[in-house]
Design a binder for this molecule. Structure first.
Ligand code: NAD
Ligand code: LMR
Length: 343
């Protein structure tokens, strides 16, 4: 009898574990801009993620086709595509979403800066942010659309105007900078990039991208250092040039976006000490008027758990940070000003 009781209690615990795992894994993830260059491979990678139970794909065109295609992949999650032929499509897509990824917007062509995308992408992001603020105000919002330095503050202003802003749930996705920083140092040092963890702080454009090599024990000098920094800061331009007018990074960005979403999901589902650099509403440089900043952020069930300071910098990194803060402040103010003038 005692043995049976023990077996039952073990079974009960196993069943409870199974149940709570299922409940915790019931995560609806929405991708807005899902039929684009990033949206398609990002949606594919999310379909392969067992932590996602429902995938909701929205685009102004093509999302039902992408959804039908991806839905045949033999993983458990359901997939549905939404397009604006029905006025409620965006609301239906976002209902119940816990994570919303926004890669909707135009990409760069050679010769353009990310800021040159502002005029087109600001209103796209504002309108999608409005729909999210109205429909899933508690979701984690992951902004991929450029210029990230400004589209994140725009999103925050939309949520503030609706009275639902939660700074712990808004993220500018800067993971691609981290991925590049690791890959490029591994090429220089002939190491395994999977073991390279280079923190990148600041923002997501040119001089606002600041890789911190010294914290990983590296000290590059002279031209080698300058070329490495330039490659991380302008890695996006390398891809824009190579694609010759057909867009910017899509596949590496999809991987980076899926990695960041996976980190959020892990943290939401109870894993501890999940940390990623990401661009968030940050206290670190508020006294200098820089209200959003990317640094290592510990993630938890409620989104941002802890924002880490940048840590020790060498003199060169300190000078890069100073330039970064100046540019970032201007990008943030531009986004906030535009959002207030164009509610
Ligand atoms: P793309 O043109 O291939 O795809 C964009 C998609 O957004 C298209 O399918 C389009 O129909 C859709 N779209 C446009 N307006 C929309 C709206 N109002 N609602 C829903 N969908 C809409 O572009 P892409 O290569 O996928 O790049 C998308 C954005 O991501 C660009 O702004 C690009 O600069 C940015 N990006 C950011 C990073 C990063 O590191 N954060 C990396 C690469 C690209
Ligand atoms: C990137 O870093 O690849 C993206 O921000 C796209 C771009 O415009 O460079």
């Amino acid at each position: 009898f005692a043995a049976r009781q023990a077996t039952q209690s073990v079974l009960g615990a196993a069943q409870r574990r199974a149940f709570s795992a299922t409940a915790a894994n019931a995560t609806r993830v929405a991708v807005l801009g899902a039929a684009g260059g990033i949206g398609q491979p990002l949606s594919l990678l999310l379909k392969l993620n067992p932590r996602v139970s429902e995938l909701a794909l929205y685009d102004i065109k093509g999302a039902p086709g992408v959804a039908a295609d991806i839905s045949h992949i033999n993983t458990k999650s359901t997939v549905k595509g939404y397009e604006p032929s029905s006025p409620d499509a965006i609301k239906e897509c976002l209902t119940g979403a816990e994570i919303v990824l926004i890669p909707a917007g135009v990409p760069r062509k050679p010769g353009m800066t990310r800021d040159d995308l502002f005029n087109t992408n600001a209103s796209i992001v504002r309108d999608l942010a409005k729909a999210a603020a109205e429909t899933c105000p508690d979701a984690a919002i992951l902004i991929i659309a450029n210029p990230v330095n400004s589209t994140v503050p725009i999103t925050a202003e939309v949520f503030k105007a609706k009275g639902v802003y939660n700074p712990k749930k808004l993220f500018g996705v800067t993971t691609l900078d981290v991925v590049r920083a690791s890959r490029f140092i591994s090429q220089l040092k002939n190491t395994d990039p999977a073991t390279e963890h280079i923190t990148v702080v600041g923002g997501h454009s040119g001089a606002t991208i600041v890789p911190l090599l010294s914290q990983a024990g590296y000290k590059l000098e002279g031209a080698e250092r300058d070329e490495y920094i330039k490659r991380v800061q302008f890695g996006g331009d390398e891809v824009v040039q190579a694609k010759g007018g057909a867009g910017s990074a899509t596949l590496s960005m999809a991987m980076a976006g899926a990695r960041f979403a996976e980190s959020l999901l892990k943290a939401a589902q109870g894993e501890k000490s999940v940390t990623e650099p990401t661009y968030v509403d940050s206290p670190l440089y508020k006294d200098q008027g820089v209200t959003y900043f990317a640094s290592q952020v510990e993630l938890g069930p409620n989104g941002v758990e802890k924002i880490h300071p940048v840590g020790d910098l060498d003199a060169h990194e300190q000078s890069l940070l100073e330039v970064c803060l100046k540019d970032l402040k201007a990008n943030i103010e531009k986004g906030e000003k535009w959002a207030k003038a164009n509610p």
